[in-house]
Write a protein that binds this ligand. Structure first.
Ligand code: AMP
Length: 406
């Protein structure tokens, strides 16, 4: 069975086509700048050269049509016809309290994704547009939604409630939801497989640290707490997001700088984090390079990023009364040996001990980087959210075919 995984944003569509008989990627790519005359399709068929096409693509339906056309192109494609796409899985950021796992998409699911627009105004509309665009091109195909929030639905109230008047929770669903759930679930599952220990007998702290960043406390395979909240702004310091701040800064900034709510929101989401502290660098590679050349603002940005991450790890160690494994994933977590070393060396009191050589080795593979005598295992696991979505989609599609017809 071939499964197409779609990650649709407001002006882009990313895709990966999986052959689920062996979980291999047959092709992947993206359409960017949808809505513009200079939209670009980048297509990478496995084992062939990458192709780029610039053309006018004014909406998601056209973008998906282009993707389907190139997947079935006699020369650049990997499929004979559209009949060889058997199911489509979508990444949807917000599933609210309704979805604690992936679901087959029907009218009710689409309505619910729409109802959740106010909780994820930047993300859910793009996902729904992607679902409708697939429907327009492949009217009868099985579609499945996988939610970033779903894995965290196991959090207990002590983790997910905010200490504010309960009317906000009851009336407006204001609570902590958490994000990157598919990634946290994937890497924790891999560590269990690789270490040969059952997931339901392990406590892990998983650090998904890329441009967006979150840490999760996973107890017995279930999310117990996570650093992102109602929105993906809470928690760690990120590329351009502030993470945790005193909420009183919001009215203070509005008053002192005469800012609107929208402007403060934009300040905290787009002009804060590493970008703000370093004075204009939002990318961790640039920060590390600048810091090594003596740039003090870049050094402070790195130090704050690392410090805030380490505080969360300490907090989650306390939340779970200890833990067995620390896992790093996403752009910074997978690639920055320096960040991992700085964090781990300062967690020695917990029994974390790195194998420096393993930590420095750049392989791109799943690997353990702690020393043999470390009390806590430290792992680097490249995340693979698309594969998780493809697996869920495959499972739902197989279940559907096994149901008796009415
Ligand atoms: P992601 O959002 O997961 O793609 O991660 C993007 C972040 O990973 C950016 O801040 C990159 O600078 C960072 N990154 C990628 N490679 C490295 C590296 N070798 N060292 C430090 N940071 C890196």
């Amino acid at each position: 069975m071939n499964v197409l995984v779609i990650n649709a944003g407001s002006s882009s569509v990313k895709y990966q086509l999986f052959d689920m008989t062996n979980e291999t990627v047959m092709a992947k790519g993206k359409v960017e700048r949808i809505g513009m005359e200079t939209a670009m399709l980048t297509h990478e068929p496995a084992g062939k050269l990458e192709i780029r096409e610039v053309s006018e693509i004014l909406d998601h339906t056209t973008a998906i049509r282009k993707v389907l056309r190139i997947l079935t192109d006699p020369k650049e494609g990997v499929l004979r016809s559209l009949h060889d796409v058997h199911a489509v899985g979508h990444r949807v950021v917000h599933g609210g309290e309704t979805f604690s796992g992936s679901v087959r998409i029907d009218e009710g699911v689409k309505q619910e994704i729409k109802r959740l627009f106010d909780l994820a105004p930047l993300h859910n509309p793009g996902a729904l547009t992607g679902i409708l665009a697939v429907e327009a091109n492949l009217p009868h195909i099985t579609q499945v939604a996988a939610f970033d929030t779903a894995f965290h639905q196991t959090m207990p109230p002590v983790s997910f409630r905010y200490p504010i008047p309960s009317v906000f929770y009851k009336k407006h669903r204001v609570r902590r939801y958490g994000f990157h759930g598919t990634s946290h679930q994937y890497v924790s599952g891999r560590v269990s497989e690789l270490s040969g220990r059952p997931l339901d007998q392990m406590k892990m702290i998983t650090c998904h640290i890329g441009n967006g960043a979150s840490v999760t406390a996973i107890m017995n395979g279930k999310s117990f707490d996570t650093s992102m909240g109602l929105t993906p702004l809470e928690g760690l310091m990120m590329g351009t997001r502030s993470g945790d701040i005193d909420p009183a800064i919001v009215p203070f900034a509005m008053d002192k700088e005469d800012l609107s709510l929208n402007e403060v929101n934009s300040m905290l989401n787009r002009h804060s984090g590493l970008f703000a502290v370093s004075g204009g660098l939002g990318d961790m590679r640039e920060i590390i390079e600048a810091a090594q050349e003596g740039d003090r603002n870049a050094q402070l940005a790195f130090d704050m990023y690392e410090y805030r991450l380490r505080k969360y790890i300490g907090a989650y160690a306390a939340a779970m009364n200890g833990f067995d494994a620390l896992v790093f994933t996403a752009g910074v977590g997978e690639n920055s040996a320096l960040l991992r070393k700085t964090v781990c060396d300062r967690l020695s009191f917990l029994g974390v001990k790195l194998d420096d050589e393993a930590n420095e080795r750049r392989t791109g593979d799943d690997r353990i980087v702690s020393a043999a005598d470390s009390r806590i295992e430290v792992w680097v696991i490249p995340t693979n959210e698309e594969l998780m979505i493809a697996r869920d989609t495959f499972r739902e599609a197989v279940n559907e075919t096994m149901q008796p017809s009415t």
